[in-house]
Write a protein of this length. Structure first.
Length: 110
């Protein structure tokens, strides 16, 4: 059975461990579409509830939360801090410290 980009994306997001984050672009690249960061956003918004995805662990390439203040930002910030993710200047996550990288760059490939 051939997996779709959406299926690979969901599986990758489920694998992000507590205390780590991934970027939309990293997930897209690992799922097989290096230019698919916006598709990852779409997958997240449509699958959070039904797949119980750890949505809060996906941030932008600058190490920042993309949700606007008053519309999910505070919840994502709180959930990440609860897992031990530290925010620095400009409310950025230090990606050199907290970025998750899988041993395999693409899901299902060796």
């Amino acid at each position: 059975m051939v997996e779709t980009f959406e299926q690979r994306t969901r599986e990758l997001i489920k694998r992000i461990p507590k205390g780590k984050v991934a970027t939309f672009g990293l997930i897209a690249t690992m799922a097989g579409n290096p230019r698919g960061a916006r598709q990852v956003v779409r997958v997240l918004s449509s699958c959070i509830a039904k797949d119980k995805l750890p949505w809060h662990r996906v941030i932008n390439r600058e190490g920042k939360i993309s949700l606007p203040i008053g519309n999910g930002y505070e919840e994502q910030h709180r959930l990440l801090e609860r897992e031990g993710v530290v925010f620095g200047l400009g409310d950025r996550v230090d990606l050199s410290r907290f970025l998750w990288t899988s041993r395999r760059r693409k899901l299902g490939r060796s």
